[in-house]
Write a protein that binds this ligand. Structure first.
Ligand code: AKB
Length: 321
């Protein structure tokens, strides 16, 4: 049985992925870790307080729990990264190198590290963005993800570390808040809608971006990690896609269930970031190499999120607006 360490387990992706890994391999085989203990499911079961910049502590935790795989999710995302560029670079790159080093020293079985559509830039083809293409990211987050991809491939080729990675689009879940990204509006909008509040969007109505619903994101991650090593042909990071929509389209999808939902648009600095990213990603390599196939499109996701939020609200678990 693998012994898994999840770094960044209290975040939007980390909390749901940690729970799913526990469901699959058992509570006792998954160690959640984060800088802060937050009120998420990752607090149940094994938990270690860990700042991934502390390489010695990381090493001790790996030894203590006999870890064989790491999912390293801790990062500063695109919007917050532009407010704190050096911190974003340090956390995103030094943290990754600490993880790669411990994987190399301890000969861990495999490592998962998320990249992002933020690795692309204004000269990248925006439609059906290929796996291999021009990459000239404008944000520190994007620069750090692109550099991180190169580091992952470097450790694979030079030290045999089994690094696996996905270029996530905007991830949309309803269970926990998103954390400092440009695609976060597509999370917040559902909470406003279910609470019968108007939503002010920080992107223009016609800004199309690649997006993915959390169940697809979790499944893609687990399928990539389960895939036979010889099938993983891309050791930088795989393009992965599920859907692409604009703020206006997600508002219209919500209006099919909540007809009087209101949206207005007040673009801010995040508009420039979104304008530098692709609209739709070509993920044919992921489909061919390890069989990726998304399940949720926009309307299926909207229905699922609104139903779940409604249930949470009626059982009074949800009290965000
Ligand atoms: C962000 O908006 O920064 C992230 C991402 C696309 O990686 N959600």
């Amino acid at each position: 049985m693998p012994r898994i360490l999840v770094i960044g387990a209290s975040g939007q992706l980390g909390s749901e992925l940690t729970q799913e890994l526990k469901n699959i391999i058992g509570e006792d085989n998954v160690v959640a870790s984060d800088r802060n203990i937050s009120a998420t499911s990752s607090r149940q079961g094994l938990f270690e307080t860990l700042d991934v910049l502390d390489g010695d502590l990381l090493y001790k935790i790996v030894n203590k729990h006999k870890i064989t795989q790491i999912y390293h999710l801790a990062a500063i995302l695109s919007a917050v990264g532009e407010q704190h560029p050096k911190q974003a670079w340090t956390l995103n790159i030094d943290g990754l190198i600490n993880v790669l080093d411990v994987a190399k020293e301890k000969k861990l079985d495999k490592i998962f590290w998320p990249s992002s559509i933020a690795v692309f830039g204004p000269n990248t083809p925006v439609n059906h963005t290929p796996q291999n293409t021009i990459m000239d990211p404008l944000t520190v987050y994007g620069i750090s993800k692109l550099a991180g991809e190169r580091w992952c491939e470097y450790y694979f080729h030079n030290y045999g570390v089994d690094t696996r990675s996905l270029r996530y689009p905007g991830l949309i879940g309803y269970k926990s808040p998103a954390g400092g990204g440009t695609t976060d509006y597509a999370v917040d909008i559902y909470h406003k809608a279910i609470n019968k509040k108007p939503f002010e969007c920080f992107l223009k109505e016609d800004t199309a971006l690649p997006m993915m619903y959390m169940p697809d994101a979790i499944r893609s991650t687990i399928e990539l990690m389960k895939a036979d090593k010889v099938k993983i042909k891309v050791r930088s990071s795989y393009n992965i896609n599920a859907m692409s929509f604009t703020p206006k389209e997600v508002a219209n999808s919500i209006k099919m269930h909540i007809p009087d939902f209101k949206i207005s648009y007040q673009p801010d600095f995040r508009q420039d970031i979104a304008d530098s990213w692709p609209r739709l990603i070509d993920d044919s390599c992921a489909r061919k190499d390890w069989g990726w196939n998304p399940e949720f499109d926009l309307n299926k996701m909207t229905k699922d999120i609104l139903e779940n939020l409604k249930n949470l609200k009626s059982t009074a678990i949800l009290n965000t607006d």
